[in-house]
Design a protein around this ligand. Structure first.
Ligand SMILES: Cc1cc2nc3c(=O)[nH]c(=O)nc-3n(C[C@H](O)[C@H](O)[C@H](O)COP(=O)(O)OP(=O)(O)OC[C@H]3O[C@@H](n4cnc5c(N)ncnc54)[C@H](O)[C@@H]3O)c2cc1C
Ligand code: SF4
Length: 332
């Protein structure tokens, strides 16, 4: 294992300066360190400096708070703090349930919001240092002819990872914004935070080195829902999941935002589903099922993951029904 220095800056500005100083070859920011230290242990990354952000947070600032119509989440808020926040449960249940469904209680109690967004993909070829795949500068995507049952059914290739964050698709349906320091901008929409592999295969996000996420904001979306299917309920990443938020007036869905997770290299918006939901009665299950059936439009499953197509339609239907305030048939 490589050795590295650890810095404990007191502010996000100092953290950003350290990364941009040029004094280190491979400086890395560290939230709780779950993913970054996994990379070091597996020999996938060899940073010479870890910049621990734990001390850069304002201790008196609540990890989650409501400011008018906006909800503010500190970048160092843990997934548990988000999932258990009464404000988030009331104003954006999709977010509470998405992060409450991620990982294990032990992970959720330390994993940070920013680290969750920027965690690297779970592709088993990527995670194994013996496979020098396209993402690591090699010539081949081993998933194409290899084991691809957990890979993407959407996206342009040539890498077929699925985006690993539960938080990102939930933020997508709540107009999530990521606030940053250390670069040319103050904030960017969550939708602009990530790029598909054809726009850059070695990384998944659009932050510049030294850009530090300070906090996240989102709009209140009380009519919102989340649904996921996992192989093992207790701790697996989902096989497919969906987040939905609805604007319902007088029992009619005026507009909808629906985003899928674990099916594409980025959080995957479903505009055909959103368009089909607009104008439907919120209790019209046939219309919701017909809209959910459009979720698979454009899907190109690989050799072993066509099963995700039917899972996707099911989780989209369930997420939308939950967003209407009802419990989908067959679910507790
Ligand atoms: C058993 C298990 C199951 C899991 N299941 C799920 C799941 O179902 N869903 C899910 O979403 N996740 C799951 N995870 C992943 C886990 O949620 C992430 O590893 C965790 O959220 C990473 O957060 P962290 O604070 O430890 O990030 P770190 O490892 O500290 O950082 C991750 C990345 O983010 C960058 N970073 C961190 N903070 C900032 C910042 N403020 N500004 C800019 N860059 C920053 C780091 O440089 C690094 O590149 C699981 C993990 C385990 C171990
Ligand atoms: S899907 Fe991406 S990360 Fe996985 S083997 Fe292919 S190129 Fe590598």
């Amino acid at each position: 294992m490589s050795t590295f220095a650890i810095a404990q800056p007191k502010t996000f500005e100092k953290a950003s300066e350290l990364v941009r100083s040029g004094r280190y070859t491979l400086p890395q920011l560290k939230g709780a360190g779950l993913d970054i230290l996994d990379h070091v242990k597996e020999g996938l990354e060899s940073p010479d400096l870890l910049v621990n952000l734990a001390g850069a947070r304002e201790p008196s600032r609540a990890p989650v708070r409501v400011e008018g119509q906006t909800i503010r989440i500190e970048s160092g808020a843990t997934l548990a703090q988000i999932a258990e926040s009464a404000d988030i449960l009331r104003l954006a249940p999709v977010l509470a349930h998405a992060v409450g469904n991620a990982a294990t209680p032990a992970v959720r109690h330390v994993a940070t919001a920013a680290g969750n967004l920027l965690q690297r993909p779970r592709c088993w070829y990527y995670r194994n240092h013996q496979f020098e795949c396209l993402k690591k500068g090699g010539a081949t995507c081993f998933a194409v002819e290899g084991e691809n049952r957990y890979h993407a059914i959407f996206g342009p290739g040539p890498c077929h990872i699925v985006h690993p964050s539960n938080l990102a698709p939930a933020l997508m349906v709540c107009e999530g914004q990521v606030h940053v320091i250390g670069g040319q901008r103050a904030s960017l929409p969550v939708a602009a935070l990530f790029h598909t592999p054809d726009k850059g295969i070695r990384s998944e996000h659009n932050l510049e080195p030294g850009e530090v996420i300070t906090h996240i904001t989102l709009a209140a979306r009380p009519a919102s829902g989340f649904s996921a299917v996992k192989e093992k309920q207790s701790f697996d990443w989902p096989l497919a999941f969906a987040c939905a938020s609805l604007d319902i007036q007088s029992g009619v869905i005026r507009s909808a935002k629906v985003c899928a997770g674990a099916v594409a290299p980025v959080p995957w918006p479903l505009p055909a589903v959103e368009a089909a939901l607009a104008g439907a009665a919120a209790d019209d299950d046939a219309a919701i099922m017909a809209a959910a059936a459009l979720a698979a439009r454009g899907a190109k499953p690989m050799t072993d993951n066509a099963y995700k197509v039917s899972l996707l339609k099911a989780v989209v239907r369930r997420a939308v029904v939950k967003a209407t305030g009802r419990t989908p048939e067959g679910l507790a």
